[in-house]
Write a protein that binds this ligand. Structure first.
Ligand SMILES: [Zn+2]
Length: 105
């Protein structure tokens, strides 16, 4: 459904499992320390990007990690970590609903 994909699309690394994949197959999280973070699935926002597999395991583990002070400190998120965790979880819930039907156990 995405005819514009080029063979040279840059690869990014999932911060959770370390797998590399083309940008379109990863979820970008945009932001910078001090100004807030949010899911940026269309890669339009400025700022630093964090990439995650669009997979329940990576999204779920990442959200759990940034809810903790230690996990959030990895990206200097502070209290914004738990705000972002909520946004990421909400995004994932909506995304999973859209993709419902092809779920394996
Ligand atoms: Zn991953």
């Amino acid at each position: 459904m995405t005819p514009g994909v080029t063979p040279h699309s840059p690869e990014r690394t999932c911060v959770q499992c370390g797998r590399t994949a083309g940008k379109p197959s990863l979820l970008r999280i945009a932001g910078r320390p001090g100004s807030g973070w949010e899911p940026d699935p269309e890669s339009r926002k400025p700022g630093r990007g964090i990439y995650l597999c669009r997979a329940a395991e990576c999204v779920g583990k990442f959200a759990g990690r940034i809810r903790t002070a230690k996990g959030a400190a990895r990206w200097k998120m502070g209290v914004e970590g738990s705000l972002l965790a909520d946004k990421v979880s909400a995004w994932w819930a909506a995304e999973s609903e859209r993709n419902a039907g092809g779920v394996d156990g």
